[in-house]
Design a protein around this ligand. Structure first.
Ligand SMILES: [Mg+2]
Length: 104
């Protein structure tokens, strides 16, 4: 990793900033990263990402340094058990890694 990439990896990024960026970047890929409200079932990830070819991902967005709650981890594991991909995005690097993954 070069110096600039290392600095970027360590930098604290707010949930709000990451949410804004994921919306823009997923749109560029021809999909949507929708805010996922589920009033009757707590712990669902913040965003449902819908991409061409029926690809669906869930993303929990966190400010760098914050971790999913026990309830969120429980729901993430339940979704994974159903075969869905759930990612926790808590840094600019984590977002870049996720975007690179869904581009391929
Ligand atoms: Mg969140």
């Amino acid at each position: 990793m070069n110096k600039k990439a290392a600095e970027k990896a360590l930098k604290k990024t707010s949930e709000k900033t990451l949410e804004r960026k994921i919306v823009v970047e997923v749109k560029r890929l021809g999909g949507k990263a929708l805010k996922f409200y589920c009033l009757s079932f707590t712990g669902m990830p913040d965003r449902i990402i819908l991409l061409p070819d029926a690809r669906v991902f869930f993303a929990e967005i966190k400010t760098t340094g914050k971790k999913p709650s026990p309830r969120q981890r429980f729901v993430h594991n339940w979704l994974r058990g159903l075969g869905f991909v759930v990612v926790v995005i808590d840094s600019a690097k984590a977002l870049d890694d996720f975007l690179n993954e869904i581009k391929n």
